[in-house]
Design a protein around this ligand. Structure first.
Ligand code: C2E
Ligand code: MG
Ligand code: MG
Length: 406
């Protein structure tokens, strides 16, 4: 771990020294220390970005939140560890705020810090694939900022759908979610967080959504003709697209173009404030449901009025976001949220997909609460269509027992 660069913000001299020694004991020798937010900001401006910032919350003068905001605004830390003696609900809220600001929150060290907890957090950082972490804020590539709308639109052939499997506990593949990537000729693969701000700015979100829907249906049709089996696909739909009066006609036309059954298509819609629908648009959604399409409310619980929306709209599925699921094995509050959502879904006869299943512990914790469909890095990351076919083939030849998540 000797190559990590870590900042500690802690105003208690003994705690600061203890943490410094624990880092050294873990093989981390590039340690920057500060006993105030001001000193931390100065050190960072002199020494530059760190891998991990360990940030105490309670301090005389500016508190740890000021440093968290500074780290996020200037992208000065690849990851954050919160250090505190505060109540766990306060620490959780600080963690949520830091994530909203775009920081990668590794976890929390309760005071007094122990070497074991610190070691686990350092391990977690090293195990993360930092290339996959969502980029915070605007795109980092200056060459993209100068593109005109026409140039951006012309790049749509490079907007490629990757596919992430959704599975049951018995290992059965129930479908895939299409997640777009920009396969840029010189910058490599860009994630939605890296290029969506540009797409939104150029008002090309509709173009992108139809483009991905088309690719996903083409892929499903290809799979069907190769294997004779249906591959259900889920496609993310920008909420304002529903407000187009011809939305359902266009979806129907796309299904017909690719000769894919409506029951093989799930439309995932993220809840946002204020996207109320007219009766005509609601009727359009009902047409799609009657046709057999599934309608999923994505990132359930992160929006504003989900429960009310659920009662109004013909949803058939809800997706629980990574934010609730990741780490739920060791976090009773998260587990309670997931349990509550599962119970509500059962009463409303809705299917549930749990996103963000990253570890075996979380998988087992979910299993204790019921048997929803799962999606997450523990099962597989989003991958190009060709790789997905290989992944499915490899699982099919492994047999049922090996595939099950028992
Ligand atoms: P989403 O629809 O909720 O998709 C799930 C996100 O979680 C994806 O991020 C996926 O790569 C990520 N993910 C999957 N498993 C795990 C896991 O175990 N741990 C963690 N931490 N993350 C996991 P991605 O691909 O970066 O997409 C982000 C969001 O961008 C999507 O959230 C969706 O709202 C939007 N998006 C992606 N593709 C499209 C698209 O084709 N059209 C539209 N309109 N929106 C899209
Ligand atoms: Mg989705
Ligand atoms: Mg989601």
């Amino acid at each position: 771990m000797h190559s990590l660069k870590v900042l500690i913000l802690e105003d208690h001299p003994f705690q600061l020294m203890a943490l410094h020694q624990m880092l050294n004991a873990n093989g981390v020798f590039d340690v920057l220390t500060a006993d105030s937010v001001e000193a931390a900001c100065q050190t960072l401006s002199r020494r530059g970005r760190v891998d991990i910032a360990i940030c105490d919350l309670q301090m005389d003068g500016a508190d740890g939140l000021a440093l968290i905001r500074h780290l996020a605004e200037h992208q000065l830390a690849a990851a954050l560890v919160i250090l505190s003696g505060a109540e766990s609900c306060v620490i959780d809220s600080v963690g949520a705020l830091a994530r909203n600001l775009g920081l990668n929150v590794l976890g929390c060290i309760e005071k007094p810090a122990t070497s074991l907890v610190l070691h686990q957090l350092l391990r977690r950082y090293l195990e993360q694939d930092h290339a996959e972490l969502p980029a915070a804020g605007p795109p980092q590539y200056p060459q993209l900022l100068n593109l005109t709308t026409a140039e951006l639109a012309a790049s749509q052939e490079q907007w490629v759908a990757h596919y992430q499997p959704k599975v049951c506990f018995d290992g059965k593949l129930v479908g895939v979610e299409a997640l777009v990537r920009w396969q840029h000729p010189s910058l490599g693969i860009l994630s939605p967080a890296q290029f969506f701000p540009l797409i939104e700015g150029a008002e090309l979100f509709d173009v992108l959504s139809w483009h991905v829907l088309d690719q996903a249906l083409a892929f499903s049709a290809q799979f069907q003709s190769r294997t004779g089996k249906t591959l259900p696909v889920a496609v993310n739909i920008a909420p304002h697209l529903l407000q187009r009066d011809d939305f359902h006609d266009q979806v129907k036309a796309a299904l017909e173009r690719h000769a894919v059954a409506a029951s093989a298509l799930t439309l995932e819609i993220v809840e946002t404030a204020g996207n109320t629908l007219t009766n005509q648009q609601l009727e359009g959604l009902l047409h799609l449901r009657i046709l057999g399409c599934q309608l999923s409310i994505d990132d359930f619980g992160m929006g504003v009025s989900n429960v009310q929306r659920l009662l109004e709209l013909p949803f058939s599925e809800l997706k629980l976001p990574s934010e609730f699921v990741r780490g739920m094995a060791h976090d009773g509050r998260k587990a309670a949220v997931v349990a509550g959502a599962l119970m509500m879904a059962r009463r409303m006869s809705l299917n549930v997909v749990v996103e963000g299943v990253e570890t075996a512990d979380d998988l087992l914790a979910i299993k204790d609460l019921g048997h929803p469909v799962m999606q997450g890095y523990f099962i597989a990351r989003p991958m190009p269509g060709g790789e997905l076919i290989d992944w499915i083939d490899a699982r099919n030849s492994a047999g049922c027992k090996q595939r099950a998540y028992a």
